[in-house]
Design a protein around this ligand. Structure first.
Ligand code: ZN
Length: 284
Protein backbone atom coordinates (compact mmCIF):
# COMPACT_ATOMS: atom_id res chain seq x y z
CA UNK A 1 0.00 0.00 0.00
CA UNK A 2 1.35 3.48 -0.81
CA UNK A 3 1.58 6.18 1.88
CA UNK A 4 -1.85 7.64 2.63
CA UNK A 5 -3.05 11.00 3.92
CA UNK A 6 -4.38 11.20 7.47
CA UNK A 7 -7.88 11.47 5.99
CA UNK A 8 -7.61 7.76 5.38
CA UNK A 9 -8.23 7.14 9.10
CA UNK A 10 -8.78 10.35 11.10
CA UNK A 11 -12.47 10.83 10.20
CA UNK A 12 -13.11 7.22 11.33
CA UNK A 13 -11.09 7.84 14.50
CA UNK A 14 -13.20 10.84 15.45
CA UNK A 15 -16.44 9.04 14.62
CA UNK A 16 -15.58 5.86 16.52
CA UNK A 17 -13.77 7.53 19.42
CA UNK A 18 -10.19 6.39 19.08
CA UNK A 19 -6.93 8.22 18.38
CA UNK A 20 -4.10 7.43 15.97
CA UNK A 21 -0.58 7.83 17.29
CA UNK A 22 2.02 9.97 15.60
CA UNK A 23 5.34 8.34 16.40
CA UNK A 24 8.37 10.43 15.61
CA UNK A 25 11.21 8.86 13.68
CA UNK A 26 14.82 9.58 14.56
CA UNK A 27 16.69 6.85 12.70
CA UNK A 28 16.24 3.47 10.98
CA UNK A 29 15.49 1.60 14.19
CA UNK A 30 12.47 3.84 14.86
CA UNK A 31 10.95 3.00 11.47
CA UNK A 32 11.46 -0.71 12.13
CA UNK A 33 10.21 -0.71 15.72
CA UNK A 34 7.12 1.42 15.02
CA UNK A 35 6.15 -0.56 11.91
CA UNK A 36 6.54 -3.90 13.73
CA UNK A 37 4.34 -2.61 16.56
CA UNK A 38 1.65 -1.48 14.09
CA UNK A 39 1.77 -4.83 12.30
CA UNK A 40 1.29 -6.75 15.53
CA UNK A 41 -1.51 -4.41 16.64
CA UNK A 42 -3.11 -4.06 13.18
CA UNK A 43 -3.13 -0.31 13.74
CA UNK A 44 -3.07 2.68 11.39
CA UNK A 45 0.04 4.73 11.89
CA UNK A 46 1.52 8.20 11.46
CA UNK A 47 5.28 8.64 11.14
CA UNK A 48 6.19 12.09 12.43
CA UNK A 49 9.29 13.75 10.98
CA UNK A 50 10.42 17.01 12.51
CA UNK A 51 12.61 19.43 10.60
CA UNK A 52 15.47 18.37 12.89
CA UNK A 53 14.93 14.68 12.06
CA UNK A 54 14.79 15.55 8.36
CA UNK A 55 18.15 17.34 8.64
CA UNK A 56 19.60 14.34 10.51
CA UNK A 57 18.24 11.42 8.45
CA UNK A 58 17.93 13.22 5.10
CA UNK A 59 14.66 14.11 3.38
CA UNK A 60 14.83 11.42 0.70
CA UNK A 61 15.96 8.75 3.18
CA UNK A 62 12.93 9.44 5.38
CA UNK A 63 10.52 9.19 2.46
CA UNK A 64 12.16 5.97 1.22
CA UNK A 65 12.02 4.32 4.66
CA UNK A 66 8.37 5.32 5.15
CA UNK A 67 7.40 4.05 1.69
CA UNK A 68 9.05 0.68 2.30
CA UNK A 69 7.23 0.38 5.64
CA UNK A 70 3.87 1.12 3.99
CA UNK A 71 4.46 -1.21 1.04
CA UNK A 72 5.76 -4.14 3.06
CA UNK A 73 3.26 -3.92 5.93
CA UNK A 74 0.16 -3.24 3.85
CA UNK A 75 -0.98 -0.91 6.65
CA UNK A 76 -2.43 2.59 6.21
CA UNK A 77 0.61 4.74 7.04
CA UNK A 78 0.90 8.52 6.75
CA UNK A 79 4.25 10.32 6.62
CA UNK A 80 3.68 13.63 8.36
CA UNK A 81 5.88 16.73 8.67
CA UNK A 82 5.87 17.68 12.38
CA UNK A 83 5.83 21.43 13.17
CA UNK A 84 6.53 22.64 9.64
CA UNK A 85 7.80 26.19 10.00
CA UNK A 86 7.27 27.63 6.54
CA UNK A 87 5.35 27.28 3.28
CA UNK A 88 8.66 26.47 1.58
CA UNK A 89 9.42 23.58 3.95
CA UNK A 90 5.91 22.18 3.51
CA UNK A 91 6.26 22.27 -0.29
CA UNK A 92 9.67 20.63 -0.15
CA UNK A 93 8.27 17.73 1.89
CA UNK A 94 5.19 17.28 -0.31
CA UNK A 95 7.36 17.23 -3.42
CA UNK A 96 9.64 14.62 -1.81
CA UNK A 97 6.66 12.33 -1.08
CA UNK A 98 5.18 13.24 2.32
CA UNK A 99 1.47 12.38 2.50
CA UNK A 100 0.66 14.81 5.32
CA UNK A 101 2.04 18.03 6.79
CA UNK A 102 1.70 20.19 9.85
CA UNK A 103 2.03 23.91 9.39
CA UNK A 104 2.75 25.46 12.76
CA UNK A 105 1.82 29.12 12.53
CA UNK A 106 1.00 29.33 16.23
CA UNK A 107 3.69 31.95 16.91
CA UNK A 108 2.12 34.34 14.36
CA UNK A 109 -0.71 36.72 15.24
CA UNK A 110 -4.10 34.95 14.87
CA UNK A 111 -5.16 36.45 11.51
CA UNK A 112 -1.72 35.84 10.04
CA UNK A 113 -1.79 32.21 11.24
CA UNK A 114 -5.13 31.77 9.44
CA UNK A 115 -3.84 33.40 6.25
CA UNK A 116 -0.65 31.29 6.11
CA UNK A 117 -2.38 28.03 7.06
CA UNK A 118 -5.05 28.59 4.40
CA UNK A 119 -2.33 28.92 1.79
CA UNK A 120 -0.80 25.60 2.91
CA UNK A 121 -4.21 23.85 2.92
CA UNK A 122 -5.01 25.07 -0.58
CA UNK A 123 -1.75 23.74 -2.00
CA UNK A 124 -1.70 20.48 0.00
CA UNK A 125 -5.32 19.54 -0.64
CA UNK A 126 -4.81 20.04 -4.38
CA UNK A 127 -2.47 17.03 -4.31
CA UNK A 128 -4.31 14.92 -1.69
CA UNK A 129 -2.04 15.77 1.24
CA UNK A 130 -3.63 16.31 4.67
CA UNK A 131 -2.83 19.32 6.87
CA UNK A 132 -2.60 19.88 10.62
CA UNK A 133 -2.77 23.43 11.97
CA UNK A 134 -1.95 24.76 15.43
CA UNK A 135 -3.41 27.37 17.72
CA UNK A 136 -2.09 28.40 21.13
CA UNK A 137 1.48 27.80 22.25
CA UNK A 138 2.50 24.40 23.60
CA UNK A 139 5.21 24.72 26.23
CA UNK A 140 8.38 22.65 26.60
CA UNK A 141 11.30 21.74 24.39
CA UNK A 142 11.13 19.78 21.14
CA UNK A 143 13.79 20.02 18.46
CA UNK A 144 13.93 23.61 17.21
CA UNK A 145 11.09 24.67 19.52
CA UNK A 146 11.70 25.91 23.05
CA UNK A 147 8.82 27.57 24.87
CA UNK A 148 9.18 28.62 28.50
CA UNK A 149 6.29 27.61 30.74
CA UNK A 150 5.27 31.20 31.36
CA UNK A 151 5.05 31.81 27.59
CA UNK A 152 2.80 28.83 26.92
CA UNK A 153 -0.70 30.06 26.13
CA UNK A 154 -3.84 27.95 25.96
CA UNK A 155 -5.95 28.01 22.83
CA UNK A 156 -9.06 30.19 22.94
CA UNK A 157 -11.98 27.89 21.97
CA UNK A 158 -13.90 30.50 19.94
CA UNK A 159 -10.75 31.35 18.02
CA UNK A 160 -9.99 27.65 17.45
CA UNK A 161 -13.45 27.09 15.97
CA UNK A 162 -13.08 30.11 13.69
CA UNK A 163 -9.58 28.97 12.73
CA UNK A 164 -10.96 25.62 11.58
CA UNK A 165 -13.95 27.15 9.76
CA UNK A 166 -11.65 29.40 7.75
CA UNK A 167 -8.75 27.02 7.10
CA UNK A 168 -10.51 23.61 6.98
CA UNK A 169 -7.42 21.83 8.33
CA UNK A 170 -7.76 18.04 8.65
CA UNK A 171 -6.44 17.96 12.21
CA UNK A 172 -6.40 20.73 14.78
CA UNK A 173 -3.59 21.01 17.33
CA UNK A 174 -4.62 23.22 20.23
CA UNK A 175 -2.68 24.02 23.37
CA UNK A 176 -4.68 22.50 26.26
CA UNK A 177 -2.09 22.27 29.02
CA UNK A 178 0.30 19.51 27.94
CA UNK A 179 3.97 20.27 27.21
CA UNK A 180 6.58 18.89 24.83
CA UNK A 181 9.13 16.58 26.46
CA UNK A 182 8.53 14.45 29.54
CA UNK A 183 5.97 16.14 31.78
CA UNK A 184 7.11 16.92 35.29
CA UNK A 185 4.23 16.49 37.71
CA UNK A 186 0.63 16.04 36.67
CA UNK A 187 -0.41 18.25 33.73
CA UNK A 188 -3.68 20.12 34.10
CA UNK A 189 -5.43 19.27 30.88
CA UNK A 190 -8.26 21.62 29.96
CA UNK A 191 -10.89 19.06 28.96
CA UNK A 192 -13.47 21.83 28.61
CA UNK A 193 -11.45 23.38 25.76
CA UNK A 194 -11.09 20.00 24.01
CA UNK A 195 -14.82 19.33 24.30
CA UNK A 196 -15.95 22.78 23.19
CA UNK A 197 -13.70 22.83 20.11
CA UNK A 198 -14.12 19.16 19.13
CA UNK A 199 -17.91 19.34 19.23
CA UNK A 200 -17.95 22.37 16.92
CA UNK A 201 -15.55 21.29 14.16
CA UNK A 202 -15.30 18.22 11.89
CA UNK A 203 -11.56 17.66 12.38
CA UNK A 204 -10.18 15.76 15.36
CA UNK A 205 -8.10 17.52 18.01
CA UNK A 206 -4.37 16.74 18.16
CA UNK A 207 -2.64 16.31 21.50
CA UNK A 208 1.03 17.32 21.44
CA UNK A 209 3.26 16.55 24.38
CA UNK A 210 1.42 13.44 25.54
CA UNK A 211 4.50 11.93 27.26
CA UNK A 212 4.04 11.55 30.99
CA UNK A 213 0.29 12.18 30.82
CA UNK A 214 -1.54 9.50 32.90
CA UNK A 215 -3.44 6.84 30.94
CA UNK A 216 -6.79 7.86 32.39
CA UNK A 217 -6.31 11.45 31.25
CA UNK A 218 -5.45 10.25 27.73
CA UNK A 219 -8.59 8.09 27.62
CA UNK A 220 -10.76 10.99 28.74
CA UNK A 221 -9.21 13.34 26.15
CA UNK A 222 -9.80 10.77 23.39
CA UNK A 223 -13.43 10.30 24.47
CA UNK A 224 -13.92 14.08 24.12
CA UNK A 225 -12.57 14.33 20.56
CA UNK A 226 -8.79 13.96 20.51
CA UNK A 227 -8.09 11.84 17.40
CA UNK A 228 -4.32 12.14 17.05
CA UNK A 229 -1.66 11.96 19.76
CA UNK A 230 2.04 12.67 19.26
CA UNK A 231 4.58 10.41 20.96
CA UNK A 232 8.33 10.91 20.89
CA UNK A 233 9.95 11.42 24.30
CA UNK A 234 8.76 8.13 25.80
CA UNK A 235 10.29 6.15 22.94
CA UNK A 236 13.58 7.98 23.37
CA UNK A 237 13.61 7.32 27.12
CA UNK A 238 12.90 3.59 26.61
CA UNK A 239 15.58 3.33 23.94
CA UNK A 240 18.37 5.08 25.80
CA UNK A 241 17.72 3.10 29.01
CA UNK A 242 18.40 -0.17 27.19
CA UNK A 243 21.51 1.16 25.45
CA UNK A 244 22.90 2.63 28.67
CA UNK A 245 22.43 -0.60 30.61
CA UNK A 246 23.93 -2.75 27.87
CA UNK A 247 27.00 -0.56 27.42
CA UNK A 248 27.50 -0.22 31.18
CA UNK A 249 27.45 -4.01 31.55
CA UNK A 250 29.47 -4.73 28.42
CA UNK A 251 32.19 -2.09 27.97
CA UNK A 252 33.70 -4.11 25.10
CA UNK A 253 30.51 -4.11 23.04
CA UNK A 254 31.19 -2.34 19.73
CA UNK A 255 28.73 -3.82 17.23
CA UNK A 256 25.84 -1.30 16.96
CA UNK A 257 23.48 -4.15 16.13
CA UNK A 258 24.09 -5.57 19.60
CA UNK A 259 22.78 -2.49 21.43
CA UNK A 260 20.52 -0.86 18.84
CA UNK A 261 18.72 -4.16 18.20
CA UNK A 262 17.52 -4.61 21.81
CA UNK A 263 16.70 -0.89 22.04
CA UNK A 264 14.42 -1.38 19.05
CA UNK A 265 12.44 -3.93 21.06
CA UNK A 266 12.00 -1.38 23.84
CA UNK A 267 10.59 1.19 21.42
CA UNK A 268 8.26 -1.41 19.93
CA UNK A 269 6.81 -2.25 23.33
CA UNK A 270 6.12 1.43 24.13
CA UNK A 271 4.41 1.92 20.76
CA UNK A 272 2.25 -1.19 21.16
CA UNK A 273 1.12 0.02 24.58
CA UNK A 274 0.18 3.42 23.15
CA UNK A 275 -1.81 1.88 20.30
CA UNK A 276 -3.84 -0.13 22.78
CA UNK A 277 -4.32 2.91 25.05
CA UNK A 278 -5.39 5.14 22.13
CA UNK A 279 -7.79 2.45 20.88
CA UNK A 280 -6.24 2.24 17.39
CA UNK A 281 -5.35 -1.48 17.71
CA UNK A 282 -7.34 -3.56 15.25
CA UNK A 283 -8.47 -0.47 13.26
CA UNK A 284 -6.17 -0.94 10.23
ZN1 ZN B 1 4.44 19.10 18.94
Amino acid sequence: MPLVSMNHFLPQAKKEGFAVGQFNVNNLEYFQAITEAAKEERSPLIFGASEGAIRYVGLNNIVALAKVAAEESGLPIALHLDHGSSFEMVMKCIRAGFSSVMFDGSHYPFEENIRLTKKVVEAAHAVGVSVEGELGTIGGVEDDLDVAEEDATLANPEQAIRFWEETRVDAMAIAVGTAHGMYKGEPKIRYDIIEKVASNIDAPIVLHGGSGVPDESIKKAVSLGVGKINVNTENQVAQVQVIRELLDKNPDMIDPRKYLGPSREAIKEVVKGKMRLFGSSGKA
